[in-house]
Design a protein around this ligand. Structure first.
Ligand code: ZN
Ligand code: ZN
Length: 321
């Protein structure tokens, strides 16, 4: 499924079989998760996709032509971080998620809305056996970038998860397993999602803008809605933090300095490191994280994206070729 221009639907296309180059492996795609980032690319909210483009950066596939690390027949996962330079100050400091010249899967590199894909094997992960292809796919971005956000929330005991979609439904399970109290913020009146959050162990679920009755230690904002940031600041205690997990957000409305006062902090989470992925994929089956997925045939990618845009999904959307 090919994206030829922002603002247009993706369309079915016959492309030449991708040829793996140095360090790359060829994969037969078993499943590919749909991420909100894909929607931002389609909607033209991220500036420079490599068009025409095959979207998709939560790929689970079987190796067809292997490399040095993964042999043919092995199942691997391909995440958003597709390549880094290894030489810039960030790469050298172990912060490859901040690399100055990165390449991202399904953005700079063709991704997994396809039957075949190539990926640099140094950035791929083994997929835990406990998961089917469909259930594993959302772990690769929703799961592991969500996990990085949770880690950056430090030892917060009462943690808000605002925007309860693919990522929050995974992070909620990890947070509860770690003995934290999860507070799920949704759109006002979205009782179905609130009930879903409670079924995953959330201590509270309700309107994110109004906030919970308890004061929180941290809030992770997953929804791309800037107005949630000052709202979340109002809900955290002194010294608490608001962590923005998405790659794009509408403008944050101005707010009185008093809301930030008391050593409250706002920060973003950018991309992932390979260490995040390895750590999370080892942890997930031990929780165990169960992913709620809705599968769509590959050719219905536009329907999956549209349902995500409307907030009409429970858990994560996954495309199956
Ligand atoms: Zn993503
Ligand atoms: Zn770099």
């Amino acid at each position: 499924m090919l994206l030829e221009a922002a603002g247009r639907p993706v369309r079915p296309a016959e492309l030449a079989e991708p040829e793996p180059t140095h360090d790359q492996i060829l994969l037969r795609v078993g499943a590919c998760g749909v991420c909100r980032t894909d929607l931002h690319i389609v909607d033209g909210e991220l500036a420079q996709p490599e068009l025409p483009l095959v979207l998709g950066h939560q790929i689970v596939g079987e190796v067809v032509a292997g490399g040095e690390r993964f042999a043919a027949g092995v199942r691997v996962g391909v995440p958003w971080l597709g390549w880094t330079c290894g030489e810039c100050r960030f790469c050298r400091a172990g912060d490859e998620n901040l690399c100055d010249s990165p390449r991202f899967t399904g953005y700079d590199l063709d991704g997994g809305y396809a039957e075949l894909a190539v990926a640099d094997e140094r950035y791929c992960f083994p997929v835990p056996d406990a998961y089917s292809d469909e259930q594993a796919a959302p772990l690769l971005c929703a799961g592991l970038i969500g996990y990085r956000s949770l880690r950056l929330a430090g030892d917060a005991e009462r943690i808000g998860l605002y925007g309860f979609g693919a990522s929050a439904h995974i992070v909620c399970q990890v947070a509860v397993a770690q003995g934290r109290h999860a507070y799920a913020g949704t759109r006002a009146g979205d009782e179905e999602t609130q009930a879903f959050a409670r079924s995953l162990g959330a201590a509270w679920a309700g309107d994110a803008l109004a906030g919970p009755p308890d004061e929180l230690d941290a809030v992770i904002v997953f929804a791309p809605a800037g107005e949630l940031v000052p709202a979340a600041l109002r809900h955290v205690r002194k010294g608490g933090s608001v962590i923005c997990a998405g790659i794009h957000m509408s403008d944050i409305p101005s707010f009185p300095y008093e809301r930030l006062w008391g050593e409250r902090a706002i920060r973003s989470v950018a991309n992932l490191t390979r260490a995040d992925g390895e750590e999370f994929l080892e942890l997930a089956p031990s929780v165990p994280v169960r992913t709620e997925v809705e599968t769509f045939p590959l050719e219905e990618a536009n329907e999956a994206l549209d349902r995500l845009r409307r907030g009409a999904l429970r858990g994560a959307a996954v495309l199956v070729p």
